[in-house]
Design a protein around this ligand. Structure first.
Ligand SMILES: [Zn+2]
Length: 307
């Protein structure tokens, strides 16, 4: 601390020191203002950069969401189209195709399996899958009730599920033409439930024991008209392995029948059975396929005809 001895000395010193004091204060003030300005500026720059980055990122995110939604919609449309394609629509062309099923310019073979599904059906499906062949299954409503999952697998793997009635009991199904339609409807309903497609209708029936002959011929004739009025067609077969003709037939017996009944035919609808008792059909199927391939047949199913 300094001591002043007179007023003048005190005054001079005071002015100088005050001036010095005020200058220092201004410098400090200016520095603070500069620092605050720089920091504000940096904050503004940071804010602008951050905002533009966020906007850019949110735009990118939004574009991704739109793209994802588009893909989902496309997938949904595709699924819907696939689902619709698997629900048979019987057109005039389809009716004509069925009428001429046993005639074609080129060689074609329809593998058909009646009276299933059963425990054997899974093995048949495995063989068909390994050979990349789509077949047709004329299922029984009473069997579908026991094997709904196998029925769904038949459908999911692209085979045609057609209708063979409910009971396969001749006295029951052929008691009247109306009863044939009743059994068709009942079987169709059970199939639709099993495959979880409520609107499913195969439009295709096969008469147990065939559409002609036998003691129920008249009932069958009337039933054909009845079915027609309900937009349902029927199909028999023109080739068979004879797997249901006797108890325990051999593979050789099946192959001989196949060769004999396919002779000189371009378009063959082959009758086989995937019922429980017909293990021989599973055991012979690969040979049946190889024989038909060798003879130059192309495999088709009723999706190629009906829709
Ligand atoms: Zn049958």
């Amino acid at each position: 601390m300094r001591f002043f001895h007179n007023k003048e000395q005190y005054k001079g010193c005071n002015t100088y020191s005050m001036k010095k004091y005020v200058d220092r204060k201004r410098i400090i003030f200016n520095i603070i203002v500069a620092i605050v300005t720089i920091m504000t500026l940096l904050l503004v720059i940071y804010y602008i950069l951050d905002t533009s980055f966020r906007v850019k990122r949110s735009k990118h995110f939004l574009a991704q969401i739109i793209e994802f939604r588009k893909q989902q919609e496309e997938l949904e449309k595709q699924k819907q189209a696939e689902k619709l394609a698997k629900i048979p629509q019987l057109t005039e062309v389809g009716i004509e195709n069925i009428k001429h099923i046993f005639y074609s310019e080129t060689k074609r073979a329809f593998l058909t399996f009646d009276d299933g599904p059963s425990k054997n059906t899974k093995d048949i499906l495995d063989i068909l899958k390994a050979n990349d062949i789509k077949a047709s299954f004329f299922v029984l409503g009473s069997q579908v009730e026991y094997f709904p999952e196998t029925t769904k697998r038949i459908y999911d793997e692209g085979h045609y599920i057609a209708n063979h009635g409910y009971s396969h009991n001749y006295a029951n199904i052929y008691q009247s033409p109306e009863q044939v339609l009743n059994e068709y409807n009942l079987c169709n309903q059970i199939v639709a439930n099993a495959i979880q497609v409520p609107e499913y209708n195969s439009h295709l029936f096969r008469f147990p024991g065939g559409s002609v002959g036998g003691k129920y011929e008249q009932i069958k004739k009337q039933a054909i008209e009845n079915l027609k009025q309900n937009n349902i067609v029927y199909v028999d077969w023109n080739c068979l392995t004879g797997d249901s003709e006797k108890v325990n037939p051999t593979e050789e017996y099946l192959m001989n029948n196949l060769q004999a009944t396919s002779q000189e035919k371009n378009s063959i609808v082959i009758l086989m059975h995937d019922s429980q008792a017909k293990r021989v059909t599973v055991d012979t199927l690969q040979k049946v396929i190889e024989y038909l391939k060798q003879m130059g047949y192309q495999f088709e199913n009723f999706y190629d005809i009906i829709k």
